[in-house]
Design a protein around this ligand. Structure first.
Ligand code: CU
Length: 175
């Protein structure tokens, strides 16, 4: 009788295991079927949706564009070109997109002391949506970022003394 009870118990355990195992393997199969479709679609749409923006800085401490615009959620490939000849130490430029509500003046002043961090004050990172590195004459640099929520955003060059004139507005339109 003891042997019968044990074998019944084993059968019960095997039955439970079989049911549990069956349903979980079915879920795995469904997940595998969905995954390839998403992976295949992503690269194509990412390329099609990328907006190319080019902005120039020169030796006269100027950006050539004061206004940029992209749709909400847009993948943006922005290139900053320094079309001058002066060095990054004398006339360096970067492109810094500031979060809405950022005090440009306060940021620009703090940036003066942040040379080793590309003139991005490390205690104000939450006010930076994205930024390029600092470049000198004849150089260019590119960043890729996703356009933030609809609204108006200031951009500046945070090289010491530049933010006052090297600034503009990125308008993010409805997507
Ligand atoms: Cu500059």
């Amino acid at each position: 009788m003891k042997i019968v009870k044990i074998s019944t118990l084993i059968l019960s355990i095997m039955f439970l295991y079989a049911c549990g195992g069956g349903s979980s393997s079915q879920q795995e199969t469904e997940a595998e079927e969905e995954a390839p479709a998403e992976t295949a679609a992503a690269p194509e749409s990412a390329i099609a949706d990328t907006a190319i923006l080019v902005i120039e800085g020169n030796d006269m401490m100027q950006f050539n564009l004061k206004e940029l615009a992209v749709p909400e959620g847009q993948i943006v490939k922005l290139t900053l070109k320094h079309v001058g000849q002066m060095s990054a130490e004398a006339m360096g430029h970067n492109w810094v997109l500031l979060a809405a509500g950022t005090d440009k003046a306060a940021f620009g002043m703090a940036a003066v002391a942040a040379r080793e961090n590309g003139y991005i004050p490390q205690d104000m990172l939450e006010q930076v949506i994205t930024n390029t590195e600092v470049i000198g004459g004849g150089e260019e640099t590119t960043i890729i970022f996703e356009a933030p929520a609809m609204g108006y955003y200031d951009y500046i060059c945070s090289f010491p003394g530049h933010w006052g004139v090297m600034q503009g507005t990125l308008t993010v339109n409805p997507g």
